[in-house]
Design a protein around this ligand. Structure first.
Ligand SMILES: *[C@@H]1O[C@H](CO)[C@@H](O)[C@H](O)[C@H]1NC(C)=O
Ligand SMILES: *[C@@H]1O[C@H](CO)[C@@H](O)[C@H](O)[C@H]1NC(C)=O
Ligand SMILES: *[C@@H]1O[C@H](CO)[C@@H](O)[C@H](O)[C@H]1NC(C)=O
Ligand SMILES: *[C@@H]1O[C@H](CO)[C@@H](O)[C@H](O)[C@H]1NC(C)=O
Length: 289
């Protein structure tokens, strides 16, 4: 009887712990990447926290990652919704590079999300303004100085990169024509949903911003921390940004709540954030409880 009870209790505990110990984790890949690019991170999570249900969303990979951002947001949201519904204590999301902006879109536009912690892994959260290989691939005839001519048109906005192109010298055009980032940031002239987006965003419990000066792709790299260039191409940090100061989408409120953590990590190039063991051990693992 006693032995039976102990076996029963041990089994019971094992089941309870494996069900409730760690919240499910959802991983979103970066631009041009296959879903398998997130396998290393998935392995790191399951090795550190055995039993964690880690889902890599295999959508809008490689060239499909150039689809318009809102379309991708809707697609990812559809796949994430049932995972969230089954996770009564909520889920964590780790979203890499462009994936971080998709996660912002999901968080702001989904009124019944239950994301506990959003870890943004070197994402251009305030947009991008820089010449990169990615840009050359998509717009071979444009440099950053004149990309606004195509990015801020209706056909330009059919390509993901243009949706978060943030030209500090053409802010009027950006605010008028960016159908994604300027809307998420409530920088457009009119945004009927801005209050709703803010409320949804504030349902997030913790925001973790990871980025660093040796990234080499996100430009300025401080965009990963909600900083960005002013019209003089001087970086203005998050707390000095108008969207923060006027709390346009809840960032200031969340920060005042004590729920925004920023990590500046040197020595990591863009393609290594989701594969680097020390980045995972020192800055990611502790949030995945
Ligand atoms: C992981 O989560 C998904 C989505 O909620 C679920 O369908 C699947 O059965 C889970 N896998 C395990 C091993 O629990
Ligand atoms: C622009 O940057 C230059 C060089 O750093 C500086 O001298 C100048 O004062 C800046 N102008 C403004 C308007 O901030
Ligand atoms: C969004 O911006 C408009 C001004 O452009 C402002 O009236 C509105 O309150 C803002 N929304 C939020 C949620 O701050
Ligand atoms: C891994 O990250 C650490 C910082 O945590 C950094 O010093 C190191 O250079 C990185 N290595 C690679 C290969 O990215």
């Amino acid at each position: 009887m006693g032995a039976d009870y102990r076996v029963f209790a041990a089994t019971f505990l094992t089941v309870v712990l494996s069900v409730s110990a760690y919240k499910p984790v959802i991983l979103l890949h970066g631009i041009f990447e296959p879903a398998s690019s997130m396998n290393a991170l998935q392995d790191l999570v399951t090795k550190a926290h055995p039993g964690t249900n880690v889902t890599i969303i295999d959508e809008y990979t490689e060239l499909f990652s150039l689809y318009p951002m809102w379309e991708q947001v809707r697609g990812f949201q559809k796949t994430m919704a049932p995972i969230m519904q089954q996770a009564k204590d909520g889920v964590h999301i780790i979203c890499y590079s462009q994936g971080g902006l998709i996660c912002r879109g999901v968080l702001e536009s989904m009124d019944d999300h239950n994301v506990d912690t959003f870890i943004s892994l070197s994402s251009p959260l305030m947009g991008q303004y820089g010449d990169t290989e990615y840009l050359k691939y998509v717009f071979p005839h444009y440099l950053k100085e004149n990309l606004y001519k195509v990015a801020y048109t209706s056909y330009g906005q059919d390509i993901s990169i243009s949706n978060y192109w943030n030209d500090p010298h053409h802010q009027d055009l950006y605010k008028e024509n960016s159908v994604f980032l300027a809307v998420l940031n409530n920088q457009t002239a009119k945004n009927d949903k801005s209050k709703e987006y803010k409320n949804n965003f504030l349902k997030l419990k913790k925001l973790v911003l990871i980025g660093g000066p040796d990234d080499g792709v996100i430009t300025p790299w401080q965009s990963s921390h909600f900083g960005f260039y002013d019209d003089n191409e001087t970086v203005v940090e998050m707390k000095e940004q108008e969207v923060y100061q006027r709390d346009y989408f809840g960032l200031k409120t969340m920060d005042a709540r004590g729920d925004v953590t920023t990590y500046e990590i040197p020595g990591v190039q863009h393609l290594n954030w989701h594969k680097n063991l020390t980045v995972f051990n020192d800055y990611i693992e502790k949030w995945l409880t």
